[in-house]
Design a protein around this ligand. Structure first.
Ligand code: F6R
Length: 551
């Protein structure tokens, strides 16, 4: 029945999703349906081709879309015998991949069935209404109370309430969680985009993340299950993550190795999990993840456990899979990050890397109590420095971004921590401005890449490491001499030849080690304003999803 063009009823499903199969188009949009079943789906069905063939062999050969989802809808339809739970169980046994489904059967129009296999799924409980979503920010406008589905659990949403059962139909009681943020944090709050709001939230996010972990001026992570004895015992640390989170790990490597003198290997989760890593019982595997649901990062936990290594998750989303499955967890307290491009989550990940490095270095006797307290005090002062940097660098970044918008490609260069940082700067710019960029260790340029430099090509040089400044400046001059337009990010006391830099972006001078926490800000702002100036969808860049729950 339709009224004013809208279907009437009390239950409904819909989904905005990243297209894993077929182009993003109306025909490939959810829900997808069989004759008696409609579904929405987050994730990926790996064996959909075989299942499609099975359907074709059984005279079910009418498909409207290019999606794997439609195959699931058709399969549910094929097996449906009037008993929804039995049908879901049957189909689930045939599906391979990571997914969560929302399902409506035509003969139960007031009921939504939902099932989780890997991909995250929550049910929000409001007053007389229930909501199904992948993540809490999607429902926070309506309720802060939610249930978290576990692997293989089914939720049955009807008449404003929800029941849970196993795949075998056995009823289960679930704990009701309450989100620790409200609608305001999930709204733009007067900012034009979530990304710029989240950049501005960084000082508070860092403060909220570090304050509870500092006692008498010393880092103390015992509340997260991390003891000095444990920190002394690890022979090798692996930091494994994806994208921006991996870049936070790169900074972590420099800092932990420098202070605690422990070998740290940083790896991309999708590579690490398939390269038969040499882990042992004396190793610590740190998994960094904002969402706590990234499929490749999550897979690393199981692998590490199998080989006897300890796992530590650094995660932003409470109760997420990575947090629950790891031996120890340090929650970052950035609040919900809505923009696809990560900013404040990266910043708090950095702050945790520092806390961990300080505590580990002290536990191993590599720094004195006095040194540890001094470094911790510098970290405590960071929120103010970050705030100052956001304020002071916004205008120059806005201006410099106008010089980048016409470029097709650019380079980020740096040495040491500046190189680790430039990786993140480059990713941020490319993902939201769609301008190709690469980060390069400045000293490596002349081994090939410098041949790319041509008249007017932008090169963003990060030069905040005083001990490496002269060398970095030589590299800047090398590219400048070959026609590059140079944008140099340095501290407010650095002595940079005026003719080496076309544009200088200055940030507060801090101890060399902590410079990433301020130097990352202009890189975020450059990416943001370039994207805005190009008229791009800043918060939702094309082809990307906030949480990558498929391999
Ligand atoms: C880039 C970005 C991604 C994520 C990556 C890992 O701005 O956000 O590169 O960092 O997809 O996601 P999480 O941290 O949720 O595991």
């Amino acid at each position: 029945m339709e009224k004013e063009g809208k279907p009437q009823g009390h239950a409904g499903i819909g989904h905005t999703r990243w297209a894993t199969h077929g182009e993003p188009s109306d025909i490939n949009s959810h829900p997808h349906s069989g004759k008696r079943v409609s579904i929405v789906h987050n994730g990926i069905i790996e064996n959909y081709k075989q299942l499609k063939q099975f359907l074709i062999d059984n005279e079910r050969d009418e498909f409207l879309s290019d999606t794997d989802t439609e195959i699931v809808a058709q399969l549910l339809d094929f097996y449906y015998d009037g008993n929804p739970i039995r049908c879901i169980r049957k189909v689930l046994h045939e599906l391979r991949g990571s997914f969560a489904l929302g399902i409506v059967f035509a003969d139960h129009p007031e009921t939504v069935y939902a099932v989780r296999c890997e991909s995250p799924l929550i049910v929000g409980q409001g007053k007389g209404e229930v909501f199904l979503a992948s993540d809490v920010p999607a429902i926070i406008k309506y309720t802060k109370d939610y249930y978290l589905l576990e692997y293989g659990e089914i939720a049955v949403l009807k008449n404003g309430s929800v029941n849970f059962c196993t795949l075998h139909g056995q009823m289960i009681e679930k704990e009701l969680h309450t989100a620790d943020f409200d609608e305001d944090s999930a709204e733009k709050g007067g900012y034009p985009h979530f990304m710029i709001k989240e950049i501005n939230e960084q000082p508070t996010a860092v403060k909220t993340t570090i304050t509870p972990r500092i006692e008498n001026g010393m880092p103390n992570l015992s509340e997260c299950g991390i003891t000095p004895e444990a920190l002394r015992s690890f022979k090798h640390i692996y930091i494994v993550a994806c994208g921006t989170a991996m870049h936070a790990g790169m900074v972590g490597k420099y800092v932990i190795e420098k202070l605690a003198r422990v070998h740290v290997t940083v790896d991309i989760a999708s590579e690490f999990r398939y390269r038969e890593p040499m882990l042992s019982e004396d190793d610590l595997v740190i998994i960094i993840s904002q969402s706590g649901e990234t499929a490749d990062s999550k897979a690393v936990i199981g692998l590490a456990k199998e080989l006897g290594a300890k796992t530590l998750a650094i995660v932003n989303v409470k109760g997420s899979s990575i947090a629950r499955e790891s031996d120890m967890v340090i929650y970052t307290h950035a609040g919900p990050e809505i923009a696809v491009a990560s900013t404040k989550a990266y910043m708090v990940q950095l702050s945790v890397m520092y806390l961990l490095a300080f505590e580990m270095a002290y536990a191993k006797g590599k720094i004195s109590e006095e040194e540890c307290k001094r470094m911790t005090a510098d970290l405590v002062a960071m929120p103010e420095k970050i705030e100052q940097t956001i304020k002071n660098s916004a205008d120059i970044c806005k201006y410099v971004s106008t010089k980048l918008i016409a470029s097709e490609s650019l380079l980020y260069i740096g040495r040491g921590l500046d190189y680790a940082l430039s990786m993140e700067g480059s990713l941020k710019l490319k993902e939201i401005s769609y301008i190709h960029s690469e980060s390069y260790a400045a000293g490596e340029l002349k081994h090939g890449t410098i041949s790319l430099i041509h008249e007017g090509m932008p090169v963003i040089a990060v030069a905040t490491q005083n001990s490496l400044l002269e060398k970095t400046v030589s590299n800047i001059k090398e590219v400048k001499a070959r026609g590059a337009m140079t944008i140099v990010i340095c501290d407010d006391q650095a002595d940079i030849d005026r003719d080496a830099a076309d544009y200088l972006i200055r940030v507060p001078k801090l101890s060399e080690m902590l410079m990433p926490m301020v130097a990352t800000v202009p890189m975020q702002l450059l990416a943001y304003y370039t994207s805005v100036n190009k008229g791009n969808d800043v918060d939702k860049p094309r082809n990307l999803a906030k949480s990558v729950t498929v391999e």
